[in-house]
Design a protein around this ligand. Structure first.
Ligand code: FES
Length: 158
């Protein structure tokens, strides 16, 4: 994936004077690429005049940031207690089977990354699956296919 260094620089200019400039810049980069490419991190370190190791330190501190390439869509299955007892693990298994990846992995076509979370704070609507920013409430194994179809690019094999 090509890193648009011009866009990284524009984000740096936009946030440079802010107190939490580094975090805001990393959020912009993450929003664009779904992860933090090494070239972008080097450009940020250079432009802000901070050591690369400090930029990487911030990037690894926050769970929202990823240093590994991630898919176009992030599928997060909740395995917290409330979702667990309502079938969370079975739902996760179904996503693993349909996508042929394990949690933390990305499909070879770069469409989906599968992740798990301990609790999303909305236990009443569990089991919960979040795709990007969309919450799918009361999910069942039967709904998995339909959820993936909503995000899958047309023309790709299911
Ligand atoms: S346990 Fe799933 S939202 Fe709380």
């Amino acid at each position: 994936m090509d890193v648009q260094i011009d866009r990284v620089k524009a984000s740096i200019l936009k946030h440079k004077s802010q107190k939490k400039a580094l975090i805001a810049i990393l959020q912009d980069i993450q929003a664009e690429h779904n992860y933090l490419p090494p070239d972008a991190l080097r450009a940020v370190a250079r432009s802000l005049g901070v050591p690369l190791i400090d930029v990487i330190g911030v990037a690894t501190f926050y769970r929202a940031f990823s240093l590994k390439p991630r898919g176009r869509h992030i599928v997060t299955v909740c395995l917290g207690t409330a979702c667990h007892i309502r079938g969370g693990p079975k739902i996760l298994e179904e996503f693993e089977r349909k996508l042929a990846v394990q949690p933390g992995e990305t499909t070879p076509d770069g469409q989906f990354t599968l992740e798990t979370v301990a609790c999303l704070g909305c236990c009443a609507i569990g089991p919960v699956v979040v795709v990007d920013r969309d919450y799918h409430a009361h999910t069942t194994t039967r709904k998995v296919d339909g959820i993936l179809k909503r995000y899958r690019k047309p023309g790709r094999p299911s």
